[in-house]
Write a protein that binds this ligand. Structure first.
Ligand SMILES: *Cc1c(COP(=O)(O)O)cnc(C)c1O
Length: 395
């Protein structure tokens, strides 16, 4: 106990202490945080569906008919007609043979890796992959080898030197940087060694590709065979949960042996109803992606004009690299004083010395919101460079 308390104290002193903010409103461009109304640029609700009336209605109606709890795991008696219909619709939409619902993306990644890999296998992962893919590797017991971010030539060379591998896993869109994985290269490299390719498309699904089908579609790479899609439903879909899509054999294997699928309660059927509604909106309302794209461009143009250090991202994740942890925190706090909510992201979520503001956009934002953000950033950065000589007034 004593060690824990002093570890917490140390963490606080290093400005690495994590605290939750209490939200008292739905997700949206404006949220109420601790009695303050803020303009928010931090959710992953990229299409503005989390509080969409059609999703709310679908959830309410289905709860009226099916109740709240699923009551059991999918393989016992928790697999409802609504779950099943959603799986079939997700398979059709992604152009795959089958799709399988998981409770969360975290559990889906753990389930896939541990069902497909053995201790003697090698698994290659991008250094900037999401924590759940790293934990998936750990749980699988396979030998984890991490390659430098996006370095495809190194990856190919290392696989060859290692004498092959069983799986390559990567974020489709990197969650803290917003850049895209080189999916065509990854597919080629995985094919060449007969390895599985697991793409975690938490931030690409709904946003990229034709009809929002995600990173695979963006690069025109088909899913199936050795290629696996893990998609999450709590981000652009505005709902909750996740799914894995791919070949018939893959999905049947997961049903038989993915422990995070088997030994957990199914999500509420009403949630599947809300997600089915979300899918129709993701698929049919292309204007949401167009509007989002225009807002991203507006932000990037304005940021460039003001000399902020943008990262090479075309996605709704637009980080501003700050560097030091304390500097990122104080910038975030200064914005908060202006009524703008943007979190500082610190190590270990990002590498040491790469603390940043993680700004995200949603189709629910309006142009005036982007302009307010740009003005507030300019003001806060100017105030900061007057107070302290460093850190780089962003490029
Ligand atoms: C959010 C996220 C996950 C986890 O998904 P949940 O459904 O929230 O558990 C997995 N991978 C990436 C890249 C993510 O950003």
């Amino acid at each position: 106990m004593k060690e824990l308390a002093s570890a917490l104290t140390l963490r606080r002193a290093r400005k690495l202490y994590r605290e939750r903010r209490i939200l008292d409103s739905p997700q949206g461009p404006e949220v109420v945080v601790e009695n303050q109304r803020c303009l928010a640029f931090c959710s992953n609700d990229y299409l503005g569906l989390a509080n969409h009336p059609a999703l709310v209605e679908a959830l309410q109606q289905a709860a009226g008919r099916y109740g709240v709890g699923a009551g059991a795991a999918h393989l016992v008696s928790g697999h409802s007609a609504l779950h099943h219909a959603l799986e079939e619709e997700l398979a059709e939409w992604t152009g795959t043979q089958r799709a399988l619902l998981f409770s969360t993306g975290y559990m889906a990644n753990l389930g896939v890796a541990s069902a497909l890999l053995r201790r003697s296998d090698r698994l290659f992962e991008d250094r900037l992959n999401h924590a759940s893919l790293l934990d998936a590797a750990r749980l699988s017991g396979a030998r984890l080898l991490r390659y430098e971010h996006a370095d495809m030539a190194r990856l190919a060379a290392r696989i060859e030197a290692a004498g092959g591998c069983a799986m390559v896993a990567s974020d489709g869109v990197f969650s803290m940087d917003g850049d895209l994985a080189g999916l065509p290269d990854l597919a080629r490299i995985a094919d060449a060694s007969g390895a599985w390719l697991l793409i975690d498309d938490a931030h690409g699904l709904g946003v990229l590709g034709e009809g929002g089908r995600g990173s695979y579609s963006h690069f025109d790479v088909a899913i199936g065979g050795n290629r696996i899609l893990m998609g999450t439903l709590g981000k652009a879909f505005g709902s909750f949960g996740a799914f894995v899509a791919g070949s018939e054999v893959l999905i049947e294997t997961l049903i038989q042996s993915a422990r995070t699928y088997i030994y957990t309660t199914a999500t509420p059927p009403a949630l599947a109803a809300a997600t089915r509604t979300a899918l129709t909106l993701v698929r049919d309302e292309g204007w949401r992606r167009e509007k989002l794209g225009a807002l991203i461009e507006r932000f990037r143009d304005g940021a460039r004009a003001r000399g902020f250090a943008l990262m090479p991202s075309r996605t709704p994740i637009q980080p501003l690299l700050v560097g030091g942890t304390a500097a990122a925190l104080s910038l975030s706090a200064a914005l908060r004083d202006c009524g703008i909510l943007v979190p500082a992201i610190r190590p270990p979520t990002v590498p040491e010395g790469a603390a940043r503001l993680r700004i995200t956009f949603s189709a629910a934002h309006r142009e005036v919101h982007i302009d307010r953000l740009l003005e507030a950033l300019e003001q806060c950065l100017a105030g900061r460079s007057r107070r302290v000589a460093g850190p780089k007034r962003l490029r």
